[in-house]
Each structure stands twice: as C-alpha cells, then as structure tokens.
Design a binder for this molecule. Structure first.
Ligand SMILES: [Ca+2]
Ligand SMILES: [Ca+2]
Length: 239
C-alpha cells in the first residue's frame, strides 16, 4: 500500500515538472518572437521570412526614379544619391497611418521609415536626401535609397506586431533605371509603365516608352505625352 502511494506521488511530481518545463518553453518562444520583432525595427534588416500579408490598406508603391541626372529634390545641386526618389500612394478609400511602413531595395536593408498619414488619392515622395536624413537620425549607415540604375527591387514592408510583412515589391530593369526615367503605375489597373519623356526610349525592349515625364510628388499622369513639357515646368510642379 505504501509502495502504491509512493508511485502515485512520483507520478504526480513528474507530471507537475513536465507542466512547468512546457510552460517555460512556451514563454521562451514568446520572448524570442517578440525580440525578433524589435530586431527588425532596430537594425534595419529583415531576418525572417515575411508572414502572410495582413488586410490590404491601399498603400502601395507608385513611382521610382533610380537614375537621376538633375536636381530632382530642388535643393540647387545635383547629387546622384540624394536626387533619386520613389513614391508611395494611397489607392484605398480611407486615410492611412504610415507609421510602421518601411522601404528597402533588393538587399532588404531598410532605407527609410515612413511617418504621418496619407489621404486617399494622395502620393508621398521620398528622395535620397530624405533617406539620408532618416539614416543619420537613426544612427544607420548613410546610403540613401540605394536604387541601382542597372536594375533593382524596391520592397515595401509594414510592421505588424512582431512580424515585418512585405506589402509588395517592384523589380525594375536597366531601361527603367536609365537617366531621368521613372517607372510608375498608370490607369485603374495600376499597370507599371515607363515615364521616359526626358530621355526617350526607342529600343525594342520592355517596357516600351510612353513619352511621358516623371511625376514626382503628384499622381502619375500620362495625358500630356504629346505636349512639349519642359524641365522647368516639371521642377515647378515638383516644388
Ligand atoms: Ca539635389
Ligand atoms: Ca508620381
């Protein structure tokens, strides 16, 4: 009888020990996951495979100019790294908070973190200079947007809890990354087209040229393709 009680007692002790260890393992997993999320935000690199995207918010990439040859940011000087730019737009129906949105190029090093909010139908411009300023403030390597002219991928991320989720990406080629050309969405379907009004593309590669000018800071438009738009007019609109 005494032996039966002893066995029962040992079984009980063993069960309690297993439960305690299991709980510790679960807590450890939770801590690791939370730390991973913080690590994403602090060192600028995406270390984990992105989780499934959350609900769409309408925030998307809009236009990219990787090969500047003029003073696109309007500060009076041409500096290749500072005069690169990209746009995001809000194609949804609601004002969207931008905190938690990040952008990188192909190597997934975060180049810029968005703040503020974006109204429906609005675009937001990020220049290489803005990326440099953000990188200095965040004590990161100052590299601008790092958009390769020969082709690259721009990746838009959103922090969701402990995960950093890729919202979308756009890969462009050397035609799109050539001097003062941009690639951008156009029309209801948001098809990516080439804005080559300042440096016409007449080759047989894709995408074909449209003859339209880049549209930094405003919704993409190709209705003036046949008009004689000067750089001065674009600069005025840009500012
Ligand atoms: Ca400039
Ligand atoms: Ca635009």
């Amino acid at each position: 009888m005494v032996r039966s009680w002893a066995i029962a007692l040992w079984v009980l002790v063993l069960a309690v020990a297993i439960a305690v260890v299991a709980g510790m393992v679960r807590r450890e997993a939770g801590v690791t996951r939370a730390e991973a999320g913080v690590r994403h935000a602090e060192d600028g690199a995406i270390h984990e495979t992105a989780a499934a995207p959350g609900a769409a918010t309408g925030i998307e990439l809009s236009e990219i100019l990787a090969g500047p040859a003029r003073d696109w940011d309007g500060d009076g000087a041409f500096v290749a790294r500072q005069d690169e730019w990209l746009e995001i737009r809000n194609g949804g129906a609601s004002v969207e908070a931008l905190v938690g949105y990040l952008v990188s190029d192909a190597d997934s090093t975060i180049r810029y973190a968005f703040t503020g909010s974006l109204a429906p139908g609005s675009v937001l411009l990020v220049t290489g200079r803005m990326a440099e300023d953000w990188q200095r403030a965040a004590s990161r390597t100052v590299s601008g947007l790092s958009l390769n002219n020969a082709g690259d991928t721009v990746r838009l991320f959103r922090i969701e809890g402990a995960d950093t989720v890729e919202v979308e990406s756009k890969t462009y080629n050397s035609i799109e990354g050539a001097t003062d050309r941009s690639t951008g969405r156009l029309g209801p379907a948001g098809t990516w087209v080439l804005f080559d009004g300042l440096n016409r593309y007449t080759g047989s590669g894709t995408p074909a040229g449209t003859g339209c000018n880049p549209t930094p800071g405003v919704m993409n438009d190709c209705s003036t393709a046949t008009e004689s738009t000067t750089w001065g007019k674009i600069k005025l609109r840009f500012r």
